[in-house]
Design a protein around this ligand. Structure first.
Ligand code: SAH
Ligand code: DHB
Ligand code: MG
Length: 241
């Protein structure tokens, strides 16, 4: 009998581990997320191009997609393109006429993303801006664009607070902001963790706690990508303060 057994004759509970989480993602995915040749090919081409396999999962991609559709998003901003997997999910949610601007540091990632986006049929909707996101965001803000309806922040985690501040500035009351990878197997709760990505998330959480114009929550997730989580924030009009 193991420590996880709950009584005589009862089988032990299955361990809560990556194999279980992946099997559950596969189960729901097969039922709810139809196979998509362009999406599969994007993941294959990204791996073949040597990109790290750190995109959102299919379940997470579809969550982003449904969020964007729920708010009727026409203008979406993404920070951190990689091979464009999350970009495809978001671009396919855009209500026409609309646009998605995605920011990527690495020209090779951007090149792989471009061909993935074109193959997925959303190339005309998506503009990839290559360079450090801090610079691209400064240029974007300087141009005074129409506000974005949804912003997905998923790049270098140490810069989360800077990117979030730009997202608010480039948004409007009602803009939804999602920040990926805020749990990192639970390390976020350790104030002594010296990792700069963890520190970047904690800095953002402190800023959110003090932010008068933004409401936010953080959700822990398990799945094919392990144990992580995301922040969901809503830009308000400050009228209740
Ligand atoms: N959103 C993607 C995954 C992004 S991975 C998806 O889910 O499919 C993070 C990406 O951010 C990487 O491609 C990395 O090159 C990029 N990145 C890292 N630092 C950056 C910076 N300073 N500016 C812009 N992009 C950056
Ligand atoms: C990493 C980055 C991501 O955006 C992600 O979803 C998973 C991992 C990383 O840098 O390790
Ligand atoms: Mg991520």
């Amino acid at each position: 009998m193991t420590m996880t057994s709950t009584g005589p004759g009862r089988p032990p509970k299955p361990e809560m581990n990556l194999a279980t989480w992946t099997a559950v993602d596969d189960y729901f995915g097969q039922a709810l997320i139809p196979g998509d040749a362009a999406m599969d090919e994007a993941q294959r081409a990204s791996a073949a191009g040597g990109l790290p396999e750190i995109s959102v999962s299919a379940a997470q991609g579809k969550l982003l997609h449904l969020l964007a559709r729920s708010i009727g998003a026409r203008r979406i901003l993404e920070v951190g393109t990689l091979g464009g997997y999350s970009t495809i999910w978001l671009a396919r949610a855009i209500r026409s006429p609309g646009v998605l601007i995605t920011l990527e540091l690495d020209p090779h990632h951007a090149q792989v993303a471009r061909s993935n986006l074109d193959r997925a049929g959303v190339g005309d909707l998506v503009e990839i801006r290559i360079g450090p996101a801090a610079e691209s965001l400064a240029a974007l803000a300087g141009a005074g664009p129409e506000p974005f309806d949804l912003v997905f922040i998923d790049a270098d985690k140490k810069s989360n607070t800077l990117y979030f501040d730009y997202a608010v500035r480039l948004g409007r009351p009602g803009t939804v902001i999602v920040v990926d990878n805020v749990v990192r197997s639970g390390r976020v709760a350790d104030s002594a963790d010296g990792n700069e990505a963890v520190a970047g998330v904690r800095q953002l959480v402190n800023a959110l706690a003090a932010h008068r114009a933004v409401d936010a929550t953080a959700i822990q997730t398990v799945g094919a990508k392990g144990y992580d989580g995301f922040i969901l924030a809503l830009v308000g009009d400050n009228s209740r303060d």
